[in-house]
Write a protein that binds this ligand. Structure first.
Ligand code: IPT
Length: 965
């Protein structure tokens, strides 16, 4: 009989977390004198597999002169030395056979020679720290093996003192792309092996503590802070000069303090002084708790205006430099974001120092995801297999110990998308034992047995509302249900920011403001992970030849890969603004009032100035500063505006003084109103159409007599003016394959809306109008749109009234409804009165500012990494396209309309896979839409809300064309 022998697994395939390393401890940079960075150029050799463990490279004297080099921190697959990035969302890019990994296991051998710093005392211990290596490493120093580790985005340390020489130390690190740890790191992101965070040598003098734990709470009833610093392996004193604190470690002191909050990130600088070392401290006092079913910090309910942040740089992947980390946080603060979930792993440790300093609530998430087991009904899921529990606990401990001294971290998250299981319960239990002063989060277990808050991803508005009322569908187990129903609610992910969108953010925000239980959420996600690519601009899944990939699902951020804010971020900033400025009167001609409401959780409005400005016909007609009374959080007041007459007023809340993240004058919040009713253009009537051979003329319009097509408007040639219903489907139109609801992108294409036919039924030259009757319909199906274009003129201006009557059954909404036409390329300058400066759609228009805008057509494009519909301007009253001389076309709407102009057609936009494929042609294509379909968030969430659907029904709309004024 044949027996199968369990193979003896190499170190990188066994389930153990590692060997030979030090226990985890609090992270701090170390003193300048006591730190040697080993970042820089390392010798590098890439092998395609990991079959034979040849260790000769680790021996001193090994000749690496034939090797290449890589930068550390870095990923070798981004450095042109072999291998390539690969993107999968849920699927493991290797057979699921835990804990085994493929023989094709790219292996990077790294070598670094260094000298011991001369100033270090002979009797000091020395520690070698790795802040992040994907996916595992085995380490040798001067030929002696120190050990190995897994846990890519977690710190790992070895003690090395006895092995160090004064000069020529040889540090050898072998990194395998795949290990048993890869099964625990199935996050939705690029697979990027390498030593991608710092490598540091740290002097640990005798008498230096092994570890320390700062406990700093705030009692909001008494305004006092309570401080106790536990110190492991040494004794010493805790000194905070700003508070007059000088206490022994272990001692509890209570002093009056200003609390730390994300809005008021008050830190007290000090030191932990031991015989061996002085460790800098930055202490923020705050207390987080769940009370009466609500998360409270310092006694007050908090509202998370959050984002999920992956570490990402378009050139260096997850090797993110300090300036980029700060840039992320400054951008977040400037866009009113107050919370970060570190999806889905602890960030670079320095990032949390910045969160403490700048003020963000942090959900620190463990480096754990086993999503790929979902497809196997979670069979063999490491999160529910006791053999893996030690590895899970190791990850929990490395996160908590590393980050426990950060005021900003208020919630520990066990990981992401791991199903449910005993390993998670063990992690939660360990975390609570070690740090009972923070909350525990995990989304993936509906029973919520291990957590303090009910967290969900991508629920629709109706469900959030029912959760807000605590009337959500019950769990089958009554006890769990009662527990969960009493919990506060957050959305750890919502508002999927893939491509154009997300839509519906404002409607979520209303629910958060209405229901105490709904404490906000974290938009998915902060930045598109598009990698710089010579041909594609920014690359996504499949662009590096991956056999298995998830395409552009990796580009779903509020920032473009180069960190330019996308319209989604501008929208989010407006939706979550912490001050509301709303007109209460003043749409007539008299003095109006505004209601100003303080939506901060802790702060007053003293840091803001309120500026008003008033414009008439695009010209400034007054400005000044408003006196706003002191308003506590939640309070509001009505303030009078000094305006008169018809025009547009704007009130802005701006920073009164520069801060760490924003200049004086930076706009935090704004509100607008229009005084005087929007006036529709007067009708262009009275002129007579005349037939002259092959053309018909009507005022400034010249038409083809056979087809009724407009061919010239004054001096400007016009092509292809007709009804248009198509848009290049957005990622949210296309939706994700697993979405339960109908996905309109694919349905539109099935129906043929991208290839409509235009049949001309009649060209009728009447007394006072030219009427062109048409039927617009896709090939191969019955339904169509009966369309009449009715042209009139007052001699100069040209009026167009369009009526649309659907025929047959239209079961899907229309992408858009309006007209499209082309102008010669020279007419590339746009000017309009309406919403701007950026794009807006029915459910993404909160940030659209009413005003008089001008910009080149080229600047009206939004460069979504995968090209798709973009660039519409909302609420437009009139728009002009002109050439350099000012000649061109002006269109006024009978009602406010949507204005889009681009140098390619919707069909070309639809066909493009990457931005560089979009090339300007001979024509500027203009869409003037009566209505457009909303955006929604169906690429990974709910679709368009009913009020933003564009259903086909009898519709009439009109424009008046003229030469620009
Ligand atoms: C959810 C994941 O947690 C996140 O990592 C990301 O993949 C996001 O979706 C989509 O971009 S999981 C999803 C299947 C609900």
């Amino acid at each position: 009989m044949n027996r199968t022998h369990a193979p003896i697994l190499p170190w990188y395939e066994d389930m153990a977390a590692g060997s030979g390393g030090l226990e985890p401890r609090a992270w701090y940079a170390g003193s300048d004198a006591g730190r040697l960075s080993l970042n820089g150029e390392w010798r590098f050799w890439l092998s395609p597999g990991a079959t034979a463990e040849d260790e000769s490279f680790a021996r001193p004297g090994f000749d690496a002169s034939g090797w290449g080099t890589v930068a550390v921190p870095g990923h070798w697959v981004l450095q042109g030395v072999g291998g390539a990035p690969a993107y999968t969302n849920v699927a493991y890019p290797f057979p699921v056979d835990p804990p085994r990994v493929p023989t094709e296991n790219p292996t990077g051998d790294h070598l670094r020679i260094f000298d011991r710093p001369a100033g270090w005392a002979g009797d000091s211990e020395v520690v070698l720290r790795f802040d992040g290596v994907e996916s595992c490493a085995r380490v040798w120093l001067n030929g002696r093996e120190l050990g190995d580790f897994k846990g890519s985005r977690l710190p790992h340390e070895f003690t090395v003192g006895g092995l160090l020489r004064a000069e020529g130390n040889v540090l050898a690190v072998r990194v395998h792309q795949w290990s048993s740890g890869s099964y625990l790191e199935d996050q939705d992101q690029w697979w990027l092996p390498g030593i991608f965070r710092d490598v540091t040598l740290l002097e640990r003098p005798p008498g230096a503590p092994r570890d320390f734990f700062v406990h700093a709470g705030y009692d909001h009833r008494h305004g006092s802070g309570t401080l106790r610093v536990e110190c492991d392996g040494a004794e010493g004193r805790v000194v905070l000069p700003g508070l007059g604190v000088d206490a022994a470690t272990g001692e509890t002191v209570t002093v009056p303090v200003e609390p730390w909050t994300a809005e008021t990130p008050r830190l007290y600088d000090g030191e932990l002084v031991t015989t061996g070392e002085r460790i800098p401290l930055r202490v923020g006092f705050r207390t987080v708790a769940v009370e009466d079913g609500v998360i409270r910090v310092n006694g007050r309910r908090v509202l998370f205006r959050g984002v999920n942040r992956h570490e990402f740089h378009p050139e260096t992947g997850r090797a993110v430099d300090a300036a980029t980390m700060r840039r992320d946080l400054v951008l977040m603060k400037q866009h009113n974001i107050n919370a970060v979930r570190t999806s889905h792993y602890p960030p670079h440790p320095a990032f949390l120092d910045l969160c403490d300093e700048l003020g963000l609530w942090v959900v620190d998430e463990c480096d754990l995801e086993t999503h790929g087991f979902a497809g196997l009904e979670w069979r063999d899921n490491p999160a529910d297999d006791e053999r893996w529990t030690p590895a899970l606990l190791d990850r929990a401990a490395r996160m908590v110990e590393r980050d426990k001294n950060h005021a900003s971290v208020i919630i520990w998250s066990l990981g992401n998308e791991c199903g449910s299981g005993r390993g998670l319960t063990a992690m939660a239990r360990w975390i609570r034992g070690r740090d009972p002063e923070r909350l525990v989060h995990y989304e993936g277990d509906p029973s919520c047995r291990d957590v303090d808050l009910y967290s969900r991803m991508y629920p629709d508005h109706a469900e959030v509302e029912s959760i807000g009322r605590r009337t959500e569908a019950p769990l089958s187990d009554a006890e769990s249900d009662a527990r969960r129903r009493a919990m506060p609610f957050v959305m750890c992910e919502y508002g999927h920011a893939m491509g154009n969108g997300p839509g519906g953010l404002a409607e979520y925000q209303r629910l958060f403001e209405q229901y105490e239980r709904c404490q906000g959420g974290f938009v998915w996600e902060w930045i598109d992970h598009g990698l710089v690519h010579p041909e594609h601009g920014f690359a996504y899944g499949g662009d590096f030849g991956e056999e298995l990939h998830d395409s552009n699902f990796v580009c779903d951020g509020l920032l473009f890969p180069d960190r330019t804010p996308s319209p989604g971020l501008i929208e989010y900033k407006k939706v979550i603004e912490p001050v509301r400025i709303e007109p209460t009167a003043g749409t007539g001609a008299g003095p109006g009032t505004v209601r100003i409401s303080n939506g901060y959780d802790f702060a007053g409005l003293e840091h803001l100035d309120f500026e008003w400005s008033y414009e008439v016909d695009g010209a400034p007609a007054g400005s000044g500063t408003l006196d706003v009374p002191e308003l506590a959080p939640g309070a509001s007041a009505e303030v009078e505006l000094p305006l008169r007459g018809e025009g547009v007023w704007t009130v802005r809340a701006v920073l009164a003084r520069s801060t760490a993240w924003g200049e004086r004058g930076h706009v935090v919040a704004w509100g607008q109103a229009e005084a005087g009713a929007a006036v529709a253009p007067t009708a262009a009537v009275g002129g007579r159409p005349e037939r002259n051979g092959r053309v018909i003329t009507l005022g400034a319009g010249v038409f083809d007599a056979a087809t009724g097509a407009l061919v010239r408007l004054g001096t400007v040639p016009v092509v292809g003016l007709r009804l248009d219903v198509w848009r290049a489907p957005t990622d949210n139109d296309n939706g994700a394959a697993w979405q339960p609801d109908e996905r309109y992108g694919p349905r539109w294409r099935e129906l043929g809306l991208h290839r409509m036919r235009h049949r001309i039924d009649a060209v009728e030259v009447g007394e006072d109008a030219l009427a062109v009757r048409a039927r617009v319909a896709p090939a191969g199906v019955g339904p169509g749109l009966r369309t009449v274009y009715r042209w009139t003129s007052d001699g100069a201006r040209l009026g167009l009234a369009v009526s649309v009557v659907p025929e047959g059954e239209w079961r899907v909404p229309l992408p858009r409804l309006g007209i499209r036409f082309g102008l010669p390329a020279a007419y590339g300058r746009a000017r309009w009165f309406g919403g701007g400066p950026g794009e807006a759609y029915p459910d993404t228009r909160a940030a659209s500012v009413l005003g008089w805008w001008r910009m080149p057509v080229d600047a009206m494009q939004t460069p979504y990494v995968r090209p798709q519909e973009n660039g519409a301007r909302a609420d437009v009253r009139w728009a002009e396209l002109t050439d350099g001389s000012g000649a061109g076309v002006r269109a006024e709407g009978g009602e406010p309309f949507w204005f889009t102009a681009r140098r390619w057609t919707s069909e070309q936009l639809d066909a493009a896979e990457h931005v560089p494929e979009l090339r300007a042609g001979e024509t500027v294509w203009v869409n003037l839409d009566h209505a457009v379909q909303g955006i929604g968030s169906q690429s990974c969430g709910p679709g368009v809300l009913p009020e933003y659907r564009l259903d086909a029904k009898d519709t009439e709309f009109s424009f008046v064309f003229s030469a620009p004024g």
